[in-house]
Design a protein around this ligand. Structure first.
Ligand SMILES: [Zn+2]
Length: 286
């Protein structure tokens, strides 16, 4: 028992440190900045952040949510990502124990965490994560006998299934709902989790995406009309068109809601509830 608590605490600390690194990735990767070279600076005043002001979660509160130098407010985003990364590793440990699942799914969920916030900020899912992710996921599939076939089918279905979803959406709405970034993300998920997971992920990502859009609509959050109006973009820094084509994409009900976070959420849910879900579907037997 004591050992498990120690491992859990250790994993939380490790996760929050990795989360701190993810914050750097989330900020720098879409801006094509190096994620290793220069030390972190305050985005407001440019002051170097000292190591003792860069302790995950704790520094945010010690500093009173302000930069030590210029007193510019620090976003809740930073401790949130650090906490989420720590929590995810602990939850994986509680669910799977120490072993191959933790070592494979740990980096996987941390990558999803970075993808989620990059997609929220920039409406892109960087190839730098998704394409190596496909390869790593497939390579890891050989840890489990025979799973490489599920993984390979997952990559193929991941690409194909989302293409079909996107095509269906475009028939309904007369415009593209998901971009190629989402397709590559789903292929990466298929590589890590096998093709079966994609049925779960497509279902739960869509349902939760529609629910969130519905709640936003009920709450009176102004959703954009089907015709996108670029100048109404809330985020001032407009992302440049990447190799995937124009980044502007129109999500549920014509509102610009990125789909990557919902796919990522559903993939994490699959890790914890997927097996139970399929047992339920098959009448309790698997
Ligand atoms: Zn500052």
């Amino acid at each position: 028992m004591g050992v498990e608590i120690a491992i859990g605490v250790g994993l939380f600390v490790l996760g929050s440190l990795l989360g701190s690194f993810l914050n750097v990735v989330i900020w720098r990767l879409p801006r094509d900045e190096s994620i290793v070279a220069p030390r972190s600076r305050c985005p407001a005043c440019g002051a170097l952040i000292r190591w003792y002001d860069n302790i995950p979660i704790a520094s945010f509160f010690v500093l009173g949510r302000k930069c030590r130098g210029c007193k510019a407010p620090i976003s809740w985003r930073y401790p949130l990502v650090e906490f989420a990364a720590g929590l995810l590793l602990v939850l994986l440990y509680l669910h799977f124990g120490l072993g191959a699942y933790l070592y494979v799914y740990g980096p996987f969920v941390l990558a999803l965490l970075a993808i989620t916030f990059i997609d929220v900020d920039h409406r892109i899912i960087p190839n730098e994560i998704s394409l190596p992710g496909i390869l790593v996921g497939f390579a890891c599939s050989f840890l489990w006998p025979g799973f490489w076939k599920e993984s390979l089918l997952g990559i193929l279905l991941g690409g194909g299934l989302l293409f079909l979803l996107s095509w269906g959406y475009s028939l309904l709405r007369g415009r593209e709902g998901m971009g190629m970034g989402d397709v590559k993300l789903l292929a990466m998920m298929g590589a890590f989790l096998g093709w079966r997971s994609l049925l779960f992920i497509a279902l739960f990502a869509s349902v939760q995406g529609v629910l969130v859009a519905l709640v936003m609509w009920l709450a009176g959050v102004e959703l954009k009309p089907p015709l996108p109006e670029e100048d109404e973009e809330e985020e001032p820094p407009a992302p440049e068109p990447g190799p995937d084509g124009p980044p502007e994409k129109v999500g549920f009900f014509g509102a610009a809601i990125p789909f990557g976070p919902f796919l990522s959420l559903a993939a994490v849910e699959y890790l914890f509830f997927g097996a139970a879900f399929f047992r339920l579907l098959s009448g309790g037997q698997v």
